[in-house]
Write a protein that binds this ligand. Structure first.
Ligand code: MRU
Length: 401
């Protein structure tokens, strides 16, 4: 571990640094927040896996970007002969085999957030497509291995840069729901610390703040790992946004008192029917919002939407260690030794409790089978447009000569 930073908003949550031959994944170690802002530089896939598992880096988009960068870092270091016990992959098949192995390994770190497997599948596809192209033009051996590593770097940087753009677009779409003076409740951390910048659930809040609107945010503490109290409150306060922390069991009471007009939460996986998996406790908040008529919005990039899951019942919920409930964050163990502990990291909120899903392509509303399909239609249209734009620009330039 090296380096300390002064403000959380000065640094990206996840970054790619180091040299071409010896790149590094750089993360903010979130287990130390809010006490210390420490950057951790990760050089091996084992270090990256452990950082994801231990929640040093966490939140669906951030673990996707981290895994993408880590898979590139591993390929570049393998190529440079820096991976202990491995001779440098000498050609395209050897390099593809290493990339596939690394992606499988990293994808096993956490099961619920689809962004992790989504980002790794992109990395793998990019490497395979590059290899196929090289083969078609007769490039092989070490030259092909080098080109695959370069392509992986481009893809990891694209995934990182897209995350920033997508979160900002979610902010622009979601700010339309915010009114001057609103009390907003959020659960866990779906803030800048769950992505590269902006976050998802906090993105509309940051955009509202940038536009000079006054809002006050209630952060659910988020037992057992306290992401709301430790991370969301910390980053919102650092941005100068009025913030209050409540224990999770206080939210219904606060909503009933009229202190909350709107809920924004993040998400780890959206099923095709609009059921959403997010941090444990989210469904309780959604139920309280429904009871008192508070709109409950889920902010999710399209990389979090998994149409292959028909309903929330298909989403694998991560179970975590009992000690997170009984010991962590307490000066002394607070539950009897040997007690059984229920510690799922996530829960599923039923689609009928969700007022809308704020994506980078606008807000999807019930019925979600129709509106999510429309979101993906807009995405495909935007991607097709972006693919032809450079050719159109080149043709215009040619024509003006
Ligand atoms: O276990 P964590 O801290 O990774 O859980 C994070 C959450 O549940 C977030 O709300 C979710 O990943 C959305 S972040 C955009």
């Amino acid at each position: 571990m090296t380096g300390t930073a002064r403000s959380i908003h000065d640094i990206d949550t996840v970054a790619l640094e180091g040299t071409e031959d010896a790149p590094e994944l750089v993360i903010i170690d979130q287990t130390l927040l809010p006490g210390e802002v420490v950057l951790e530089r990760l050089a091996t896939r084992e270090e990256a896996w452990r950082a994801i598992k231990r929640l040093e880096v966490r939140g669906a988009p951030a673990i996707g970007v981290s895994a993408a960068i880590a898979s590139y870092v591993d390929a570049a270091r393998a190529h440079a002969g820096l991976v202990e016990g491995l001779s440098a992959p000498a050609d395209a098949p050897a390099m593809l085999a290493r990339v596939a192995e690394t992606c499988d390994y990293l994808g096993g770190a956490r099961p619920t957030a689809v962004n992790l497997t989504w980002a790794l599948a992109r990395m793998r596809r990019a490497a395979e497509a590059e290899a196929a192209q090289l083969e078609a033009i007769g490039v092989s051996g070490a030259e092909a291995a080098t080109a695959i590593v370069s392509r992986l770097r481009e893809e990891a940087e694209a995934i990182r840069d897209e995350d920033v753009r997508v979160c900002h677009a979610i902010g622009e779409a979601g700010v339309e729901l915010v009114r001057e003076g609103d009390g907003i409740v959020t659960h866990c951390n779906a803030g800048k610390l769950c992505a590269v910048r902006y976050g998802t659930a906090t993105a509309p809040i940051y955009v509202a703040h940038e536009r000079g609107m006054n809002v006050h945010v209630t952060c659910d503490e988020t037992r057992p790992l306290l992401q709301g109290a430790r991370l969301t409150a910390f980053e919102l306060m650092a941005a100068g946004i009025e913030t209050c922390v409540e224990c999770d069991d206080m939210s219904a009471s606060r909503i009933r008192e009229g202190a909350v007009q709107l809920a924004f939460v993040g998400c780890d996986r959206v099923a095709a029917n609009g059921d959403v998996a997010n941090k444990i406790g989210t469904s309780m908040l959604a139920l309280a919002c429904a009871r008192y008529g508070v709109p409950f919005y889920v902010c999710a990039p399209t990389s979090t939407i998994d149409l292959s899951c028909k309903t929330g019942a298909d989403i694998v919920i991560e179970q975590r260690a009992a000690e997170e409930v009984t010991e962590m964050w307490y000066a002394q163990r607070m539950a009897p030794e040997g007690v059984d502990v229920y510690n799922p990291a996530f829960d599923v909120t039923d689609a009928d409790l969700v007022s809308g899903i704020v994506t980078e392509y606008g807000i999807a509303r019930p019925p979600y089978d129709v509106s999510l399909a429309e979101v993906f239609r807009r995405k495909a249209e935007a991607e097709a447009e972006a693919a032809v734009a450079p050719h159109r620009a080149a043709a215009t330039e040619e024509g003006s000569r």
